[in-house]
Design a protein around this ligand. Structure first.
Ligand code: PEP
Length: 255
């Protein structure tokens, strides 16, 4: 049984104080053993504080991005080694904002995925097409190319070590989510691809949907047969809203 995983991507939001306030509230809401795996990805500047609050709880924390090199002349960047110091267990790789705004290509993303796995962390690999690509019937070929390069050379012994996030670029931060049927269609193709690439275990990799997920639509996505969670941006900034989305994952699984 694939345990749903709901991830908060705070992007460039929240001071240390805001992050601590959010987590105190989330810990009030979330039971000791939530049925859903929860991961919070703050800015690098808040990682230490987030780690302090979440240590010993059932909520995990991750990095939004980090360079695969352990150290070096990369002004303004942080390395995977540096974020690991703060106890992260996950890293978002290939987010469309990193691809579009910071020029990250599939090869760099592949290096990040490889470094993340080698360090024993879970990459949350984001893939997704632009609106133009969808309109031209190229959604799957684009996503497949992202997968082929990003996962080149990866050997996956344990499917729980990888999370895939299907995030159509046009749905991120726009308030316009994909149609649940389209999300399911893509998730099913992704699952087939993973099964062919990694064998039976590949089919067990958890696949999230991301793109304007809110408490009001969470259940529609999280109840889909091949969708095992959500990567949430805007609606993850408020703890009550984030928790309602996580509850949508539980409700969506009930018959
Ligand atoms: C994201 O940042 O990955 C995302 C899906 O953002 P939003 O939920 O705001 O669309």
């Amino acid at each position: 049984m694939r345990r749903p995983v709901v991830v908060a991507n705070w992007k460039m939001h929240k001071s240390v104080q805001d992050a601590e306030r959010f987590l105190r509230r989330l810990l009030e809401l979330a039971p000791q053993r939530p049925q859903v795996e929860l991961v919070v990805c703050p800015s690098a500047t808040a990682l230490q504080a987030v780690g302090r609050v979440l240590a010993g709880t059932k909520i995990a924390w991750g990095a939004q991005s980090a360079r695969p090199e352990p150290e070096g002349a990369f002004t303004g960047e942080v390395s995977l080694t540096q974020v690991i110091e703060h106890g992260v267990t996950h890293m978002i790789c290939g987010h469309s904002e990193r691809r579009a705004l910071f020029g990250e290509d599939n090869r760099l993303i592949a290096r990040k995925v490889e470094a993340t796995l080698s360090a024993g962390l879970v990459p949350i690999l984001c893939v997704g097409e632009t609106l133009d690509q969808r309109r031209h019937g190229e959604a799957w070929s684009m996503v497949e190319e992202q997968l082929v390069v990003a996962l080149h050379g990866v050997e996956l012994e344990d499917p729980s070590r990888l999370v895939l996030a299907y995030e159509p670029v046009w749905a991120i931060g726009t308030g316009v989510a994909a149609q649940p049927d389209d999300a399911q269609d893509m998730a099913a193709r992704l699952r087939r691809w993973l099964g062919e690439r990694f064998g039976a275990g590949g089919g067990e990799v958890r696949i999230q949907y991301g793109g304007s997920v809110k408490p009001e639509n969470a259940r529609a996505f999280l109840g889909l047969a091949d969708v095992d969670g959500a990567l949430v941006g805007g609606a993850s900034l408020d703890p009550d809203s984030f928790w309602k989305i996580a509850q949508g994952a539980v409700a969506g699984r009930q018959p």
